[in-house]
Design a protein around this ligand. Structure first.
Ligand SMILES: O=C1O[C@H]([C@@H](O)CO)C(O)=C1O
Length: 414
């Protein structure tokens, strides 16, 4: 749930009594990561629907548990205390020396893909979107809007000083967005929790290094004792081309040429009452023209705006291959795709164009895929997921970038 439009929070579901998790820890902290603009979402929405188009551009701040800092030189005069550019005290996480902490990390960003790290404290990733993963160690965690992870961190460093925790934008040029900062302070006699760490905050990885982000995505597998059996094959395959189109002069995101616009009457109400005019009855295309479409060129201007539904047979197994492609400005960006009402198995990630006729299927992980509900679609690549349509309803499957879903970047299975 994104903060910029007013909603923010983390719900922690505890395990049933007697259930033993595949790891142990002493204490836990929740870490909510966000991004923040000085303009309201209403101003942003006006720009996104305007001709000429005005993008939201990069956030002014990154937030860690609601607190952020921004570059005062960019603020209108009088709105910022230039002698104290950090303006607010950062969030403080307290650690008792020697203890192991479970950090429950969620990204509530509207736009930014992030890298979160704690100076001098590597992390062991143990859970993703509510599913246990085969544990793997990282120096910092790449996390995309809508995702949640749990990581274990050991408080095993010098307890007489404080440490930076930081979030950095990746995948987009952060240009004017300073890193989000928080402080980890050891509860140790004589250590002042409000003393700034003696070191410079970590700089994070280069924002445009896609390969290391894909590597992390590929390192996530189900925990060997918690592999959810996956159906061997799908009943239906959807190949989604995720791209921009210019429609009636406006920049839109489209999926297989359709830019999603929510109907005025909610789908469920319309279906229950048989209101056939309330949403588009013609089914949207299962595929795009994958043989001839060039994903490294802007999409041709043939998109439409609509509200069609991918009608799925109850209980059927559906594969979706999300295919990235260049925007109108000829660049490719990261899109975190989020499915409502279901978890999916993450079959794999690839570079370039997915070719359903070729070997691509054999490269997918059918042995121990992790289940998630949000998955990154990396620049110039594809991501394949499988889910069972076993939750009757009308659901949204969409890019979790707030501006993109507003501009039509979603589909409606139901
Ligand atoms: O939807 C978007 O629009 C801009 C750019 O494509 C046009 O300004 C951008 O970076 C997006 O993610």
């Amino acid at each position: 749930m994104q903060r910029v439009a007013g909603l923010n929070g983390m719900i922690v579901v505890t395990v049933p009594e007697g259930f033993v998790e595949p790891f142990s820890y002493d204490e836990e902290h929740t870490v909510l990561l966000g991004d923040w603009w000085h303009k309201s979402v209403y101003e942003q929405a006006t720009g996104l629907s305007a001709n000429p188009f005005v993008f939201v551009t990069e956030p002014q701040s990154l937030l860690i548990n609601g607190r952020g800092m921004f570059n005062c030189s960019l603020a209108p005069s009088g709105t910022c205390n230039a002698s104290r550019p950090d303006c607010a005290l950062p969030t403080l996480f307290t650690a008792v020396p020697g203890k192991t902490y479970l950090l429950r990390i969620g990204s509530l960003t509207s736009l930014s893909s992030l890298y979160f790290e704690i100076e001098g404290h590597p992390m062991m990733v143990v859970e993703a979107d509510g599913h246990y993963v085969r544990p793997f160690a990282v120096r910092g965690l790449f996390i995309y809007s809508g995702e949640t992870y749990s990581v274990l961190v050991k408080a095993d460093q010098d307890p007489r000083r404080n440490y930076w925790a930081a979030s950095h934008v990746v995948g987009r040029n952060p240009s004017q967005t300073p890193s989000g900062k928080a402080v980890v302070s050891y509860a140790f006699n004589g250590n002042n929790p409000w003393m700034p760490p003696p070191t410079a905050p970590p700089a994070g990885p280069p924002w445009n290094n896609t390969a290391i982000r894909v590597d992390q995505s590929r390192a996530i597998f189900a925990h060997p004792h918690f592999v959810e059996p996956m159906p061997a094959r799908a009943d239906r395959t959807l190949l989604f081309l995720n791209t921009q189109n210019r429609i009636d002069g406006h920049i839109k995101w489209t999926i297989n040429g359709v830019s999603l616009m929510f109907p005025a009457t909610p789908y469920l109400v319309a279906m229950k009452r048989g209101m056939k005019d309330a949403y588009e009855q013609r089914p949207p295309p299962d595929m795009y023209d994958h043989m001839s479409h060039d994903i490294s060129a802007p999409a041709p201007t043939n998109g439409t705006v609509g509200s069609p539904v991918y009608r799925l047979a109850l209980g059927s197994v559906v594969d979706v291959v999300l295919q990235n492609s260049n925007m109108l400005n000829n660049k490719s960006e990261t899109h975190p795709w989020h499915l409502h009402g279901h978890d999916f198995w993450v079959l794999g990630y690839g570079e370039g164009k997915f070719n359903p006729a070729a070997d691509a299927w054999r490269l997918l992980n059918v042995r121990d895929p992790i289940m998630k509900n949000t998955v990154p679609l990396h620049p110039d690549g594809w991501t394949a997921v499988r889910f069972r349509a076993d939750n009757p309803g009308v659901w949204l499957f969409h890019c979790h970038v707030e501006a993109h879903v507003f501009m039509g970047g979603g589909a409606v299975p139901g």
